[in-house]
Design a protein around this ligand. Structure first.
Ligand code: ADP
Length: 192
């Protein structure tokens, strides 16, 4: 079983590449951003709570996303492996993910970071905002805030995986196909 965290700043291409990896290696794709947007679209109470936080570019509570991920892991008992996209985003989430997996005799195989510089991230997010209708992609202030939140709260979890020799950076610049090939090559190393 391979359990991969696809990691990177907002706009690094996690969502696009996670879908391609999931298909290629038959992994179950779990995206907390997507789960939260589904809650918002459904108009649920939880979605209403999350919406204003996401629109400001901040992180929703650890407890909420940990519960959502725990629930999804339990719902896929026959998964060949998972690809985590947008989770974990804090030290607490990283530790709790380990605990959730350990309960089921599983563990993280690797954290793969898509490396993209800040200028490119900002351009990509502004472009996505024109077509996606995502409220958190449409203003430069919110984009800057998300990148700042990433640098302040999220980037440091790399260290947690580095000390376990589970950190693998991949160049996130280039065409979707080129990046996908780089990722496939990396993931193939983890297969039995
Ligand atoms: P991106 O990485 O492109 O910014 P995501 O779809 O992963 O987008 O997340 C969108 C928003 O949803 C985040 O800015 C944050 O507000 C919220 N969110 C998603 N995942 C998490 C998480 N693991 N912890 C806290 N908030 C999250």
């Amino acid at each position: 079983m391979v359990n991969i965290i696809l990691f990177g700043a907002p706009g690094a291409g996690k969502g696009t590449q996670a879908l391609l990896l999931a298909e290629k290696f038959e992994l179950t794709h779990l995206s907390t951003g997507e789960m939260l947007r589904n809650e918002i679209d459904s108009g649920s109470w939880l979605g209403q709570q999350a919406k204003s936080i996401i629109t400001r570019g901040e992180l929703v509570s650890d407890e909420l996303v940990i519960d959502m991920i725990g629930d999804q892991i339990t719902r896929h008992p026959h998964a060949k492996g998972f690809i985590f996209d947008g989770f974990p985003r804090t030290q607490v989430q990283a530790r709790e993910l380990d605990r959730l997996l350990q309960e089921k005799n599983m563990q993280i195989t690797a954290l793969i970071e898509l490396e993209v510089d800040t200028n490119e991230l900002t351009c990509r997010l502004l472009k996505r905002g024109e077509s996606s209708g995502r409220s958190d992609d449409s203003s430069i202030e919110v984009i800057k805030k998300r990148i700042e939140v990433y640098n302040r709260q999220t980037a440091s979890i790399i260290g947690y995986y580095q000390t376990q020799n589970k950190y693998f950076p991949v160049n996130g610049l280039g065409s979707i196909k080129d990046i996908s090939e780089r990722l496939n090559k990396q993931v193939r190393h983890f297969l039995p």
